[in-house]
Design a protein around this ligand. Structure first.
Ligand code: ADP
Ligand code: MG
Length: 698
């Protein structure tokens, strides 16, 4: 398949509607009617008719040369044949509106596989099936059976729900939001969200907008979107959850790194600006489409109303933005131009008797301040303030300073006209200050995305063969759950582990303990005992003379707890100074869409209580690993808050990257927990490991 952009899916000269009909209420008729305003030529195909709605009707696609796009609205039973005919006739682009495929039982699923195979055979750029259709405003083309046209604009919009498109377009038209391309993705038998992100990243689209229920290939999406989001913002709302969360998870990482965490991480790594609600989706789209990006995260607020000014300040506090602190020059200038009782500090209160000129001066002054990256103008209606004039002033200020300005001209119908006027200068107007700030926040997020440099993950020199040996011999023994007996896996990938080994007799344990300096830690080793300390299976700080007895005690505890437990022995381990360090957790989980995930967080006994963890899709780059270290709430602990010794962040970061490499190299590792990974000033030590493997993936 060639890329969407190259084939002219959105820019055809001649469109054929296969299944054209004039039957009232039919999809075929709706599509034909919607294509009325199309710039190019429309041809109707239907073997059962001579003419439809004034179009001469052709028997088959083979009879009409030069078709660039075929829109298929025939019954499901003949749809695949029609698409084959399109391929035979050399048509590159097909939109299959016909339903009754993957969404309709096993017969439909088989039909969809046939459709994909035909598309593949002829290299078709195919949208659908079960799609509402596509629109392209530059070509005045509405090839959908929806009820209304989109306004022209430069936002391109894809949706996995056709119903959502019709509703959203209707609403967007009222809001004056226009579109360039619109795609109802349908069942995505061929083209999916990644293809359109790629295509729209390459054309004149200003903002890519998406309503998605799932992403079929998460890794491909990240790799493609990462390149696009550099320049073109991608805003997505993702609804629904996948099955992943329901999968029984035996590790902490498994339960914590559920499916939504995968999406959150994956979309963030891809540089997507994620919207939680439909309102945000369009708020962000409008802001990103109409406004320049801020050059700093600091916001100036100019208002004639104290209360709303404070609300705006609160909203800034809740966002990733900050309230700008003005330079002395700005403060002096404000003091000169504003009345005595005005507040010249941010939020600037020009007070209730302010006319439009006072707003103009204040806004010009703050936007000229080098400490200001964006501004919000908050106004309540007064007798001396004309909203129409204010709209003019805000628009001019925005143009003059090339910084984003959002408006909150509060009110009902009196704000409508001015709102439309603001819109023309790209300035969004909201009733609620929180929405204005949230939209500026989306701009700031996009700026950060654009600024970040992607570097591919580092590749460490590891002993892959040794790791494979460990996994394969476990699989040979029929084991799918491994514990500390698999420490060698971490050694092979250069994640530091304490000195020690596994003893199979008390005598072994004593001699192992003599090889290790100082007191030791002893742990029961059994695939049947997952949480060793829960059954008293961990002894910390055992002096050499007690090792023999400790061995016997640990084994008898395990026997008491579970008489038929398979006991592999007792691990004798160097004592790590946990008092000096922080117990962290480092883990791996697998997501059906995104593949391996790496989890990092506060570990030890706090894991379940605090749930202070963060996730990335592997393989993670050095910068992404670094982001994980600062993402968790306990980050200040790692940096040495309150007189603690700071942890060795380089060693932590490298362990994350190395584990990411292990997870990427071995799809057989379904879940893995290193808990705890003790982080001290000197480095890190993995003192415990637990994993689940799928032998079929080896
Ligand atoms: P489990 O998680 O199965 O209970 P661990 O091996 O994680 O077993 O041990 C439980 C706790 O014991 C750890 O969280 C840590 O506080 C402590 N611990 C384990 N091994 C060591 C060690 N080598 N040095 C110091 N403390 C340890
Ligand atoms: Mg543990």
């Amino acid at each position: 398949m060639t890329g969407v952009g190259a084939t002219g899916l959105f820019d055809p000269d001649r469109v054929a509607v296969v299944g054209a009909t004039d039957r009232a209420g039919s999809v075929g008729r709706a599509v034909l009617e919607n294509l009325d305003s199309f710039d190019g030529e429309v041809v109707a195909v239907n073997p059962g008719r001579k003419a439809v709605l004034g179009y001469r009707c052709h028997d088959s696609l083979a009879d009409v040369p030069g078709v660039d796009l075929a829109v298929v609205v025939v019954p499901p039973s003949v749809a695949v044949d029609v698409v084959r005919e399109a391929g035979e006739s050399g048509i590159e682009n097909v939109v299959v509106i016909t339903a009754g495929f993957g969404e309709a039982g096993s017969e439909g699923a088989a039909r969809e596989r046939d459709l994909a195979a035909v598309a593949d055979e002829y290299g078709l750029t195919l949208v659908g099936p079960n799609s509402l259709g596509i629109m392209s405003t530059p070509a005045s083309m509405n090839a959908t059976f929806g009820p209304a046209d989109a306004l022209p604009g430069s936002i391109s919009f894809m949706s996995q729900s056709g119903a959502f498109i019709t509703a959203a377009l209707d609403w967007a038209s009222d809001q004056g939001i226009g579109f360039r391309h619109v795609v109802s993705l349908g069942n995505e038998a061929v083209l999916d969200e990644t293809d359109f992100v790629e295509a729209w990243g390459d054309d004149e689209t200003s903002v890519v907008l998406g309503y998605l229920e799932g992403i079929s290939d998460g890794r491909a999406f990240i790799d493609t979107a990462r390149d696009v989001t550099d320049e073109t913002p991608v805003v997505l709302v993702k609804s629904g959850r996948t099955e992943a969360g329901a999968q029984a998870a035996s590790s902490h990482t498994g339960t914590i790194a559920g499916s939504d965490a995968a999406y959150e991480a994956g979309l963030d790594q891809a540089g997507v600006v994620r919207a939680e609600t439909v309102q945000q989706l369009f708020d962000y789209a409008r802001a990103l489409d109409g406004l320049p990006l801020p050059d700093a995260d600091s916001v100036a607020v100019v208002t004639n109303a104290g209360g709303p000014g404070v609300m705006t300040t609160d909203a800034v506090g809740d966002s990733s933005l900050t309230m700008a602190s003005f330079t002395d020059e700005t403060l002096d200038a404000l003091a000169e131009s504003l009345p005595e009782n005005a507040n010249r500090y941010n939020p600037v209160d020009v007070i209730g008797d302010a006319g439009v000129e006072r707003f103009r001066t204040a806004l010009d002054t703050v936007l000229g301040d080098p400490n200001v990256g964006a501004a919000v103008v908050v106004a309540a209606p007064t007798a001396v303030l004309d909203y129409a004039d204010l709209a003019e002033v805000v628009g001019e200020a925005q143009d003059a300073h090339d910084l984003p300005v959002a408006a909150v001209l509060m009110g009902g119908s009196r704000a409508e006209e001015p709102s439309a006027r603001l819109r023309e200068s790209g300035v969004p107007n909201y009733f609620d200050p929180a929405r204005a700030v949230d939209s500026l926040d989306a701009l700031a997020r996009q700026r950060r995305v654009g600024e970040r440099e992607y570097e591919p993950p580092r590749e460490f020199d590891v002993d892959e063969a040794a790791a494979r040996d460990i996994l394969e011999s476990a699989a040979d023994r029929g084991e799918t759950r491994l514990g500390v007996e698999a420490m060698g896996l971490l050694d092979a990938y250069g994640i530091p582990t304490p000195a020690g080994g596994i003893a199979e007799t008390p005598e072994d344990a004593v001699s192992l303990a003599h090889e290790v300096e100082g007191d030791v830690v002893m742990k029961i080793v059994s695939p049947d005992i997952l949480h060793k300390s829960d059954i008293g299976g961990v002894k910390v700080g055992v002096p050499n003379e007690d090792v023999y007895d400790a061995y016997e005690d640990l084994v008898s505890r395990a026997r008491n707890y579970q008489p038929d437990a398979a006991i592999l022995g007792v691990q004798v381990q160097e004592l790590v100074d946990t008092d000096r360090g922080t117990e962290t957790i480092l883990g791996v989980n697998r997501d059906p869409q995104f593949g391996p995930l790496v989890l990092f967080g506060l570990g030890g006994i706090f894991v379940e209580v605090m749930e202070d963890t963060t996730v990335r899709v592997a393989p993670v780059s050095e910068r992404e690993a670094d982001g994980m270290l600062s993402d968790i709430q306990a980050a200040p602990l790692l940096r040495g808050a309150r007189g603690r010794e700071p942890a060795n962040l380089d060693a932590l970061r490298e362990s994350i990257e190395r584990l990411s490499q292990l997870a990427t190299d071995f799809p057989a590792i379904l879940e893995l927990d290193i808990n705890p990974l003790v982080a001290t000033a000197d480095g890190v030590q993995a003192v415990d490991v637990r994993l689940t493997i799928d032998p079929d993936e080896l």
